[in-house]
Design a protein around this ligand. Structure first.
Ligand code: ATP
Ligand code: MG
Length: 460
């Protein structure tokens, strides 16, 4: 069932229910008030009459006294203690005959429904005792057809029925208007989403009116999501283009040396040796590059970390031992507290530290200092070298993918320009931060900040 139909049906059913409840209250209140009023009036008349007739004794005179009090379709009679009528005046003998006379020692009212050929008639009867010398000698019965009540009831019922039908129609129309109001932006969104599904191209929802309601919020959130998606797609496109560009150079070199080998064969041993060496070095470069691509993809897409408490000093000591023997470089570890520990993914953290040490090794020749500091809310790992440094205007770019300050030099050192991007991603995954401070010709200091407790320290 469509949402509009549902809204329509539910609102109409609810309004109908409310109207019926209100109608019932109005109807019953009206009946009660009217009946009470009529009873009151009858009592008043009866009391007055009793005062009048007690003075007279002759039945003929009594009748004469009673007659003027007759209203349309009523009777007045005096009933003896043995329930016999002594005196009766009426202008509705048929009705009067249907009401049994009753002797009553106390005041009382009675409501009686009389079935007639053309329908039912409601009669109101009041009984007032007639007293003489402290004794109840008879009862004055005053009966009257409730004409006002009948006509009032019919009128009220027709007004209520009309109002209920009008209410139901208005609620149906209102429900339709309301559901259209709600559904229009939703249909708009559905159309846009279907468009995106069919064309595969991200598209934004057009917000026509600033309604500042939840639906506009939904559209704005959707548009923001599309913005992010577009940015990611653009990033992906850029990455593919940059990566192919990066791969193109070594592949061209490999192809040209392979061509050379094909043309000249292995006759000239020196040329052949040079060619094979170059092919090997470029292939190694491609291999390194693809490994970096995979690392980048891994740190960018997966947010899953295998975190645990890591003893930082032993991690660094073990790592530097391997690096020192591999690169034959001096790496000094400095720390005050030998028990510093961090809550992190060991593999990823190692990867980030290796990236920094690798840069320090590539872009400096002197010793490398590594400082471990334990602060109140965070732990920092600083890798400091005394090498070529980075020009101040370039510092902000070094985290961009494939960015290298000196492309020619990077080719020599085999850099792909992805190391710092990967390190930044790793820090982001840990909700940490990476900061580069550098002075051209003096050296570079790269700091990794890790929050003490997960979530306490947020990057950018
Ligand atoms: N310690 C440093 N000293 C001087 N320049 C640096 C240092 N670290 C990074 N850079 C500069 O920043 C650039 C980006 O560094 P990044 O580590 O991202 O890439 P890379 O070292 O060129 O390649 P990769 O690390 O992927 O092998 C480097 O090319 C280099 O120009
Ligand atoms: Mg690097």
């Amino acid at each position: 069932m469509k949402i509009t139909t549902k809204i329509n049906l539910i609102t109409t059913a609810w309004i109908l229910f409310m109207l019926l409840a209100v109608n019932a209250v109005v109807y019953f209140s009206f009946m009660k008030i009217t009946v009470n009023m009529e009873d009151g009036e009858l009592f008043q008349k009866a009391n007055y009459l009793i005062n009048e007739i007690n003075k007279e004794d002759s039945p003929a005179v009594i009748k004469e006294k009673l007659t003027p009090y007759l209203t349309n379709q009523s009777f007045i009679r005096i009933v003896q203690p043995n329930s016999k009528i002594v005196n009766q005046v009426t202008n509705a003998p048929k009705l009067a005959a249907k009401i049994k006379p009753q002797f009553a020692v106390e005041k009382g009212t009675q409501r009686q429904t009389i079935r007639q050929k053309h329908g039912e008639e409601q009669m109101a009867i009041v009984r007032v005792p007639i007293q003489s010398k402290g004794q109840v000698v008879g009862t004055l019965e005053f009966g009257e057809k409730l004409v006002g009540l009948e006509t009032g009831k019919e009128l009220l019922l027709s007004i209520l029925a009309f109002c209920t039908i009008l209410g139901a129609v208005l609620s149906l129309l209102g429900g339709r208007w309301l559901s259209n109001l709600i559904m229009k932006p939703i249909s708009n969104m559905i159309n846009t989403m279907e468009d995106i599904e069919q064309s595969g191209v991200p598209k934004k929802i057009i917000i026509q009116h600033e309604t500042k309601d939840e639906l506009q919020k939904l559209a704005v959130t959707f548009n923001r999501m599309i913005d992010k998606l577009e940015a990611n797609l653009e990033k992906q496109r850029q990455f593919i283009s940059d990566a192919s560009h990066e791969l193109k150079t070594p592949l061209t070199v490999i192809k040209s040396y392979a061509d050379l080998l094909l043309r000249r064969g292995l006759k000239n041993e020196v040329v052949a040796h040079d060619a094979i060496e170059s092919i090997h070095s470029e292939a190694t470069r491609i291999q390194k590059m693809t490994e970096r691509f995979l690392d980048l993809a891994d740190t960018e897409s997966r947010n899953h970390l295998e975190t645990k408490f890591i003893h930082l000093v032993s991690l660094c000591e073990n790592l530097f031992k391997q690096l020192k023997s591999a690169y034959k470089r001096e790496i000094n570890l400095h720390y005050e507290d030998p028990d510093i520990s961090v809550f992190a993914d060991e593999g990823k953290l190692k990867q980030a530290i290796i990236i920094l040490i690798d840069n320090a090794i590539k872009y400096s020749t002197d010793t490398i200092d590594v400082y471990l500091k334990d602060k109140e809310q965070l732990t920092s790992i600083t890798v400091k070298d005394y090498g070529i440094g980075i020009p101040a205007r370039e510092i902000e770019n070094v985290f961009e993918r494939f960015y290298r300050v000196d492309k020619a030099r990077s080719r020599e050192t085999g850099g792909t320009g992805l190391g710092l991007s990967i390190a930044k991603n790793i820090m982001k995954q840990h909700q940490g931060e990476i900061i580069v401070k550098s002075s051209e010709g003096v050296g570079t200091e790269v700091e990794l900040f890790l929050p003490k407790q997960k979530g306490k320290f947020l990057s950018d």
